[in-house]
Design a protein around this ligand. Structure first.
Ligand code: PMP
Ligand code: GLN
Length: 381
């Protein structure tokens, strides 16, 4: 029998629920991906790059034209230190590959890495494969962070704390007050902060995205992760980037060069062209997603679900305890099979799920007619 490096690990909940949705021809609001296409000029630009023969390896750290536009962008948004295209930005084939490279590069055998559950599925396995130990604290049911528990969890073995803002699955935004509280807990430590910011351009109402690279006490020991999959509505393109101080970037690139070596060339060229000619593109992403959220939430107000607040990302959490007492995985499967609407059970994001929590996650990055059809079905419950 082959010994497993990840015993007990099955297919991810996103794979499982998307397959179930396909099998039952259900509306798939489970795995997070937009139903609409990237901007056509971006697609044409990729095509043009391919036709112009830009089909060979990119430099390991990525196309300089793209890194430069990203550095300029970040500097215009305000960063604690001036972001340099060469020293601080590495283009990667998707945030997942970026996260994996960071964990492999920075987590040593026996190091502890603190995660706030519910946490995105790839963090814990990547930490384990690096020889590290995930230490999982739970975000409180009211959406506040357990800073006291964090204080107690930190010890000489703590290497890193992982933050995800805007948050998948809860839609929470880690604002200035939370960054200040985290900074205070980490004063007098050298703990690294890994901030997964793939939904950075999807923030709603009065919320504002605050990157770890804007936090004076943390930016010099921080890594920020971004994804063009989210920002361009092109999850299948698998393109993202990692921003970090020079000493951390140096170590991350050592690993990354052997994970993938480089991300695909035509999309990098096109991303650089597109961002250069659309200086305010990112602003439009929040507007599009907020309209989707508002439509979904408005229609579900007539249902028996209780809706949690959603300040960012493209997921709505609903509490179904007035409808059913079934555990969430059971209920998500049941809704997919019988109602024709697929969702994600939130317990999948926990090491120790709350036994009485009855929460499902719906992705609202869908066409309006899909949102109308799915909410009509959900209102029948
Ligand atoms: N982090 C979070 C919080 C995500 O939700 C996702 C994917 N949706 C990723 C990372 C991975 O992004 P990518 O598809 O660019 O690998
Ligand atoms: N991030 C997406 C989600 O949360 C899933 C990506 C994947 O399937 N790995 O739904």
């Amino acid at each position: 029998m082959q010994v497993s490096k990840l015993p007990g690990q099955g297919a991810s909940i996103f794979t499982v629920m998307s397959a179930l949705a396909a099998k039952h021809n259900a509306i798939n609001l489970s795995q997070g991906f937009p139903e609409f296409n990237p901007d056509p000029t971006l697609v044409e630009s990729v095509h043009r790059a391919m036709k112009n023969g830009l089909n060979q390896y990119s430099p390991m750290a990525g196309q300089l034209s793209l890194r430069q536009v990203l550095a300029d962008r970040q500097n215009s948004w305000g960063r604690v230190f001036s972001i340099d295209a060469d020293k601080h930005i590495t283009i990667v084939p998707g945030a997942t590959a970026g996260l994996f490279s960071v964990f492999q590069a920075l987590v040593m055998s026996g190091d502890e890495v603190i995660l706030f559950d519910p946490s995105y599925d790839c963090y814990a396995p990547s930490i384990v494969l690096a020889g590290g130990v995930p230490v999982r604290l739970s975000i409180n049911p009211d959406g506040s962070y357990p800073f006291d528990a964090l204080k107690h969890a930190i010890n000489a073995k703590t290497k890193m704390v992982v933050v995800n803002t805007p948050h998948n699955p809860l839609g929470l935004v880690f604002g200035r007050a939370q960054w200040a509280a985290l900074s205070q807990v980490l004063t007098d430590t050298s703990v690294i902060v890994l901030s997964d910011e793939v939904y950075e351009h999807m923030v709603f109402d009065e919320s504002e995205h605050v990157s770890v690279l804007q936090v004076p006490e943390l930016a010099h020991r921080a890594v920020a992760i971004s994804s063009f999959g989210k920002t361009f509505h092109a999850t299948g393109w698998k393109l993202g980037y990692v921003t970090a101080p020079e000493n951390l970037t140096h170590e991350i690139r050592k690993i990354y060069q052997f994970l993938a070596f480089a991300a695909n060339t035509p999309m990098q060229i096109a991303a650089a062209e597109f961002l250069s000619s659309n200086p305010r593109y990112e602003k439009s992403v929040s507007t599009v997603m907020q309209q989707k959220r508002d439509l979904f939430v408005d229609r579900l107000h007539k249902s028996r679900f209780r809706l949690l607040p959603c300040a960012g990302a493209y997921f709505q959490i609903v509490d179904y305890s007035d409808i059913s007492d079934r555990p969430d995985l059971d209920f998500a499967i049941h809704l997919t099979e019988t109602l024709g609407v697929a969702s994600i059970p939130v317990s999948a994001f926990y090491e120790n799920p709350h036994p009485n929590q009855r929460w499902l996650r719906f992705c609202f990055a869908k066409n309006d007619e899909t949102l109308l059809k799915s909410t009509e079905l959900l209102c029948q419950l």
